[in-house]
Write a protein that binds this ligand. Structure first.
Ligand SMILES: Nc1ncnc2c1ncn2[C@@H]1O[C@H](COP(=O)(O)OP(=O)(O)O)[C@@H](O)[C@H]1O
Ligand SMILES: Nc1ccn([C@@H]2O[C@H](COP(=O)(O)O)[C@@H](O)[C@H]2O)c(=O)n1
Length: 260
């Protein structure tokens, strides 16, 4: 039977593991960055867009670094599922825009209308069973903790209006414990694990090829069988925790297609 709605790819992993960068590299491989936003058939959706709206008390907690943004309860899974359901039934969906500086949603939203492929990235996109059932392919970006922490510190200071001390306090109080308790255990649900994130060009090329096939198949002929060992290229093999890419990656950064 032909598939309906977009092909949903969940991209999970710890904070600053490179989820967004991996998605941007896939977009670049697909030539999407040269196309106007509204015309793009492959889009990136961020789980951050679905952080719950905070009560006044929770906002005060967030301001004094006492709110846990890494706990599953911080996300509005109902809104996530209803958004994906809408897209599946061919309806457009309004996506909230999240502001990390104010810990709140902007007034504006982004309209997503009939995308072919949705790359849905976020720390806990593989956490909810209901959500996992809507994903046609599940990826886990596996980057070591010290690399992630260093990147997080630099990014949060540069882009999220944070100070080094507050990033480190938040990391110790909430980010690391939640990674161990809620995020890392979801790795077992991944179809493909991407070691080293955006440095792993082999993985990114393979995944991009898979997506290209989907985009180039007319909607009426698409079938969304989940990734299975027999359907995947030969340098991906089954392991106890999903499918792992076995070949090592060229260290030559000049091959990279990282957008800047
Ligand atoms: N392979 C990489 N090499 C160097 N810097 C990277 C790499 N991957 C990601 N980064 C940087 O690390 C930070 C976090 O990456 P990002 O993709 O936003 O992670 P996530 O979406 O998992 O939080 C960003 O500043 C990004 O530019
Ligand atoms: N107001 C907020 C909301 C979230 N965070 C942190 O963001 C992390 C998730 O985003 P990534 O891009 O790193 O995947 C998560 O670890 C939260 O701690 C925040 O600091 N402030």
């Amino acid at each position: 039977m032909a598939a309906t709605g977009p092909f949903f790819i969940g991209v999970a992993g710890g904070t600053a593991s490179g989820k967004t960068t991996v998605c941007e590299m896939i977009m670049s491989q697909l030539g999407m960055n040269d196309i106007d936003h509204k015309e793009r058939k492959v889009v990136i959706l961020h789980q951050d867009s679905f952080y719950k709206v905070l009560t006044r008390e929770q906002s005060e907690d967030a301001a004094r670094e006492a709110y846990n943004f890494d706990h599953p309860d911080a996300f509005d899974y109902e809104l996530i599922v209803s958004t994906l359901d809408k897209l599946t039934s061919g309806q457009p969906a309004e996506i909230p825009i999240y502001n990390f500086k104010t810990h709140s949603r902007e007034k504006e939203t982004i309209l997503l209308d009939k995308p072919d492929v949705v790359l849905f990235e976020g720390i806990l996109v593989l956490y909810s069973e209901q959500l996992r059932k809507l994903l046609h392919m599940k990826l886990f970006v596996d980057t070591d903790a010290d690399t992630r922490l260093s990147r997080r510190v630099l990014r949060d200071i540069a882009e999220r209006n944070r100070q080094v001390e507050s990033v480190l306090r938040q990391y110790l109080a909430f980010v690391k414990p939640a990674f161990d308790e809620y995020i890392l255990p979801t790795k077992k649900y991944a179809d493909v694990i991407i070691p080293r994130g955006a440095d792993n060009l082999v993985a990114i090329n393979l995944i991009s090829q898979h997506i290209k096939k989907i985009v180039n198949t007319p909607a009426s002929k698409r079938s969304y069988a989940s990734a299975q060992a027999s359907h995947l290229p030969s340098d991906i093999s089954a392991s106890s925790s999903g499918l792992e890419l076995k070949r090592s990656v060229s260290k030559d950064k000049s091959e990279a297609v990282r957008p800047h």
